[in-house]
Design a protein around this ligand. Structure first.
Ligand code: FNR
Length: 383
């Protein structure tokens, strides 16, 4: 592909360059994928309000997330196995984000470890935690994140049990990965990817020496059931709040009642999220869930949104609905699989350009001017 003009171009390129099992791992949702599809559809259904003859010179996409200045309010979401899209993917993603001036979140289930990423970056990154049955190991992860200078802990709440993704099962995405003849053939047909993989990190990042499946090859969902703690509750989260003195973000909230609990235990931000449609199939889209949550707790903590964001126009829509920030998961993974570090830089540039042009055409100079009245559905009809 000659010119990359949008995130969709990066997805198409990633599909060509990444082995099928790892591409499908990204480009899929749980069960019927209805929530996965709804995330994009709900954003597409929102219409922006065009305004003209407004002086928009000197406008800016700059904002803050958790008090930290960002060149646009778009953080890279935690995504497992980024290092399987492109060798050392987590390091490359963190470096591109740092260069661009947006936050990077390292997943618990990354290929590069917290220490690997810290060694190759200078700005603090964020660490995402899954709460495991082995709380000693969890405390160790938190201590490692603190030692590495991570400025925020992002605790993900919507994956104590794994929502099944049919493609992963069919492709043999297991713990440890199963090397079927079909997988091997597929990897061999992507020699550039395979060569990089041979040279890249070969550990299972943060879980090296821990992510044992007892010698068996098991489905990801079975591994999650063995390792992740289904008893997780608000007392545990209050204890994590006490133990972590940096910023605390709770991710995976779709209900105002849960958002109020997050505010009550002193979280600094929440991410309205259905895990990119990978968990509760049939849950509402993030864009549909967002307004009621903003209304419930928007004055107590920062409310962010992820799910379905592929363009700067999507970012504007999330902000107009009341989000103070956004996260992108698949846009990051496609960019990484397509072109490595320059791909992630390109993706961020694309989103920012689209955000900037949308602001201009809506007559908006700063992002904090944005409100629901900038959405055609909420605003124009009423005035
Ligand atoms: C994820 N997501 C995720 N979330 C998390 O807290 N920890 C993780 O390890 C992962 N892993 C992961 C892998 C892949 C391949 C995807 C696509 C997603 C969810 C992610 O952080 C985010 O919530 C969604 O990706 C947002 O939706 P979009 O931007 O992908 O539409």
């Amino acid at each position: 592909m000659s010119v990359i003009t949008c995130v969709e171009d990066l997805r198409v390129l990633a599909r060509k360059r990444v082995p099928k099992a790892f591409y499908d791992y990204v480009d899929s949702g749980s069960y019927t994928e209805s929530t996965y599809r709804d995330n994009s559809r709900a954003l597409a259904a929102l219409k922006l309000r065009q305004r003209v003859a407004v002086n928009v010179e000197g406008r800016t996409t700059a904002a803050t997330m958790l008090g930290q200045p960002v060149t646009m309010p778009v953080a890279i979401a935690p995504t497992g196995l980024a290092g399987m899209q492109w060798a050392n993917g987590e390091i490359l993603g963190a470096r591109a984000a740092e260069q661009f001036g947006v936050p990077f979140t390292l997943s618990t289930v990354s290929i590069c470890s917290i220490e690997d990423v810290a060694r190759h970056t200078s700005a603090p990154f964020w660490f995402q935690l899954y709460v495991m049955r082995d709380r000693g190991f969890n405390n160790e992860l938190i201590a490692r994140a603190r030692r590495a200078g991570c400025s925020a802990l992002v605790v993900t709440l919507d994956l104590q049990i794994n929502g099944q993704r049919h493609k992963d099962l069919k492709n043999g995405m297991t713990v440890p990965p199963r090397l079927t003849p079909a997988n091997l053939l597929d990897m061999a047909s992507k020699p550039a990817w395979a060569l990089r993989a041979l040279r890249g990190a070969k550990t299972f990042g943060n879980l090296a020496g821990y992510a044992k499946s007892g010698g068996d090859v098991i489905a990801i969902s079975k591994w999650v059931a063995q390792q992740f703690d289904p008893t997780l509750n608000w007392h545990d989260l209050a204890a994590i709040r006490k133990a972590w003195d940096g910023k605390l973000v709770l991710k995976g909230i779709l209900d105002p009642a849960d958002a109020r609990m997050a505010a009550a235990i002193g979280a600094d931000a929440i991410v309205v999220s259905n895990h990119g449609g990978r968990q509760l199939d049939g849950a509402p889209s993030s864009a549909a869930a967002l307004p009621a949550i903003v209304d419930a707790v928007g004055d107590q903590l920062e409310v962010w949104m992820d799910g379905g964001i592929r363009t700067g126009q999507d970012v504007v829509k999330a902000l107009a609905l009341g989000a103070k920030g956004t996260m992108v998961g698949r846009a990051f993974m496609y960019a990484l699989g397509a072109m490595g570090e320059p791909g992630v830089a390109r993706m961020l540039q694309i989103l920012r350009n689209e955000l900037d042009v949308s602001m201009a055409l809506m007559g908006v100079r700063t992002l904090d001017e944005l409100g629901r009245h900038h959405l055609f559905q909420y605003g124009a009809a009423r005035e």
